[in-house]
Ligand binder design. Structure first.
Ligand code: AHG
Ligand code: MN
Ligand code: MN
Length: 337
């Protein structure tokens, strides 16, 4: 075990490659990792700690908040607000940005608990986060500061609360996965240089929405389902865990495609997932692992955000399949260019 670097050692060593590093960023990642350990602990105690079920409140998206959504959000704030690395935070569970007590160099945006419909059934959950630079303009932080395209992320990651707790991270130099040793309280590097296979025969989508999809995704999924006797000439398999963290983690390990596409279910919503704290961090990780992430028509990381809780269609995973879906969108555009 101790022949593997801990997350802290790994971050300090990578910081050594940046001549201008002050240790600020290392400190920030340590704080985020500490928050993830605390959330993992609450998630693992489950019913014994009375953390399951509804909090009896709703978030700005009109979604019911689970107790664990609120606990995870509070934990992430507590681990970061006084540490000096951040100027502000934004979260799925907060309508507005939360300025911190110091004007730090970074902005943190997060989905404190992803897949929270899984809380009450003891299934996989996660936390997603993304780090941006605070604009160098001397003024107090405003929401606008967060509206940077995904290409400007300097770090993105997720914690996965499954049979083991993992933290998967990119700072733009590949993707590395760490597993929590619960006895030692340390994350150890267990999955160095994660790479998504370019080819796959596995897809993930909420099939119950099929009737609301646009033709390019309908075509792609119909062809997969037709299997060996269809145009693809081979059988495909399907998975749906209802936690994007879990789907992305599977894809990082063995390939696959994950889709929450644009649909007609609710015309007010161009997609289910949120750009700043779900789609962008995952797109950064997927690209860094050699995969592709698109909205259908565009590269995810090029989308210019316009609001904190903006929703976006998401298609990501193994390059050859995502490229095929991009081609289907080009042949039958669902959006005016
Ligand atoms: P959250 O729990 O943070 O609101 O996110 C849940 C998201 C995502 O993780 C998952 O892929 C999707 O919603 C599940 O949607 P369905 O309920 O349509 O399956
Ligand atoms: Mn989520
Ligand atoms: Mn969430």
């Amino acid at each position: 075990m101790l022949n593997r670097p801990t997350l802290t050692q790994f971050i300090i060593e990578s910081q050594g490659h940046h001549a201008d590093a002050t240790g600020d960023f290392t400190g920030l990642l340590n704080d985020v990792a500490t928050a993830c350990k605390a959330i993992a602990s609450a998630v693992a105690r489950g019913a014994l700690a009375d953390v399951l079920g509804s909090a009896g409140s709703g978030n700005i998206q009109g979604e019911e908040q689970k107790k664990l959504d609120v606990i995870a959000n509070t934990t992430m704030i507590a681990a970061n607000e006084w540490r000096g690395h951040l100027a502000a935070m934004a979260s799925e569970e907060m309508e507005h940005i939360l300025p911190t007590h110091q004007r730090g160099r970074y902005l943190l945006v997060f989905d404190p608990l992803d897949g929270s419909s899984n809380t009450d059934i003891n299934m996989t959950l996660g936390t997603i986060f993304s780090v941006l630079r605070t604009p160098d303009n001397g003024r107090d932080p405003v929401a606008d500061d967060f509206f940077q395209p995904g290409t400007r992320q300097i770090c993105a990651g997720y914690a996965l609360y499954g049979p083991s707790t993992m933290l998967v991270l990119t700072t733009g130099q590949g993707v590395n996965g760490f597993t929590l040793d619960r006895n030692l309280g340390e994350f150890f590097l267990t999955h160095p240089d994660m790479v998504i296979p370019a080819d796959t025969s596995e897809f993930a989508i909420n099939m119950s929405n099929e009737r609301f999809w646009y033709p390019p995704v309908q075509r792609y999924v119909a062809e997969c389902r037709a299997g060996r006797t269809g145009p693809r000439g081979r059988d495909f398999n399907m998975r749906w865990i209802a936690s994007m963290v879990a789907e992305v983690h599977r894809i990082l390990n063995r390939g696959g495609v994950f889709m929450y596409p644009r649909d007609l279910k609710d015309p007010a919503k161009p997609g289910r997932l949120r750009l700043l704290y779900e789609a962008n961090p995952m797109a950064f990780i997927v690209e860094q692992a050699g995969g592709m992430a698109i909205t259908g028509e565009a590269r995810m990381l090029d989308v210019k955000p316009t609001s904190l809780h903006q929703r976006v269609p998401v298609i990501l995973g193994s390059t050859n399949e995502v490229q095929r879906i991009a081609d289907y969108h080009r042949e039958a555009p669902v959006m005016a260019a």
